[in-house]
Unconditional design. Structure first.
Length: 92
């Protein structure tokens, strides 16, 4: 399998989940980012990295939260931030 296909197979479900969450949350990331600035991205990302660190070191009691889910969340927040910056650059 080519790496491009492998990347698509991994990222497509993340994109779909991100679109669903963005719809359900009503673009809350953009609102949070506008209100609190870049620190909001760092806090969200820090929360997820801390969660990942905990999951790697200790088994989760909430069995529906896997390491892979947290990694997908990190990808999601990074994607939201990149989209926000692209939009801000377009406006500003």
């Amino acid at each position: 399998m080519q790496r491009t296909n492998e990347f698509s197979n991994v990222l497509t479900p993340v994109v779909e989940l991100l679109e669903q969450k963005n719809h359900d949350y009503g673009r809350s990331y953009d609102k949070l980012r506008e209100e609190f600035g870049e620190i909001s991205f760092l806090i969200r990302l820090g929360d997820k990295i801390n969660r990942l660190n905990t999951l790697v070191k200790h088994p989760a009691q909430v069995t529906t939260e896997a390491v892979e889910d947290t990694i997908k969340d990190i990808i999601g927040y990074c994607t939201l931030e990149l989209c926000y910056r692209k939009g801000a650059a377009r406006i500003g």
